[in-house]
Design a protein around this ligand. Structure first.
Ligand code: NDP
Length: 283
């Protein structure tokens, strides 16, 4: 049976480190500030934003929420971002995605100042990640790496397979594994022989968005399995992209859902906001 890597525990540790550093910054008169923009009333987005606000309060950050109605125009949203870009007490800005269909997500991401882009979605930050010279890492892949490190797992030389190639998870995930000298394969909906490729992985990351997609026959005996998915099963119960019951007996390490990668994302957001505050203050 696999060892369960607890995102709950590791994320609590990361947040505690951030809280301590925040205390030190407070002695210098610096309080990191995060602005979170939410447009419309998507219930999942609302839960994420509330959790982010709560995490900010716990570590000692200022958090500002900008809840805009669903009919907000592109111009109004861009004007708010522009205002926040030059607001001195705000170090990090994030706009909760997805946005209502009439808004241009790409333009919104591009409008956030790269120095305040704590999601690391701006093309300038994405490019920096590509060349391995970055200030911010995207929160979810960075959280997965933190889980890998916490379990003492060596990436170098390992066969790493990432299922999913989104800009937010799959692609940067692959890049971070590559930076640590993994031999990385990225799979997607057009991949042939998906089962065989996955079964060759020493480290398998699932970021598909399909409940219990990864079955035991896709996993090598002793593999490390990291589950990014957040889905609902047929009974409405939260579950990952990995069929945990089937896969856990075969894996050496596995992350659960909930309580795995999910809590890491917010912890890494706190870490990025702290970093942004330090950069803003030339520290
Ligand atoms: P996307 O829908 O953007 O990407 C899904 C990827 O999976 C795509 O690249 C797609 O391929 C691939 N895919 C879909 N079907 C198959 C298939 N049958 N075989 C192989 N590949 C397939 O999702 P995200 O990357 O944004 O998110 C992935 C999951 O992670 C979701 O469940 C999401 O909720 C969760 N998530 C969790 C976070 C956390 O904090 N834990 C944060 C962000 C996301 P193609 O490109 O060809 O379409």
């Amino acid at each position: 049976m696999a060892t369960i890597i607890s995102g709950k525990e590791v994320s609590a540790k990361v947040r505690e480190e951030v809280r301590k550093e925040c205390e030190q910054l407070a002695e210098m008169g610096i309080t990191p500030g995060l602005a979170v923009i939410i447009v419309g009333d998507d219930p999942a987005s609302r839960v994420y934003v509330n959790n982010k606000k709560k995490a900010c309060e716990e570590v000692g950050f200022i958090s500002e929420e900008y809840a805009l109605p669903a009919e907000t125009t592109q111009e109004e949203l861009l004007a708010l971002i522009s205002k926040l870009n030059s607001k001195p007490d705000i170090d990090g800005i994030l706009c909760q995605l997805p946005l209502p269909a009439h808004l241009d997500e790409k333009a919104v991401i591009n409008a956030i100042s790269p120095t305040k882009d704590v999601d690391a979605f701006h093309p300038s930050n994405v490019g920096k990640i590509m060349i391995g010279d970055y200030d911010f890492l995207p929160c979810t892949p960075a959280g997965v790496m933190e889980l890998i490190h916490s379990a003492g797992i060596e990436v170098s030389g390992k066969n790493c397979v990432v299922i999913g190639r989104s800009n937010i998870v799959g692609k940067p995930m692959a890049m971070l594994l590559l930076h640590e000298n993994g031999t990385v394969t990225i799979c997607h909906s057009r991949t042939k022989n998906l089962k065989e490729i996955c079964a060759s992985a020493d480290i398998l990351v699932a970021a598909v968005g399909k409940p219990k997609f990864v079955k035991a026959d896709m996993v090598k005996e002793g593999a490390v399995v990291l589950d990014v998915g957040i889905n609902r099963d047929k009974n409405g119960k939260l579950c990952g992209d990995v069929d945990f019951e089937e896969v856990a007996p075969k894996a050496s390490f596995i992350t659960p859902v909930p309580g795995g990668v999910g809590p890491m994302t917010i912890a890494m957001l706190m870490k990025n906001t702290l970093k942004a505050a330090k950069l803003q203050n030339q520290l």
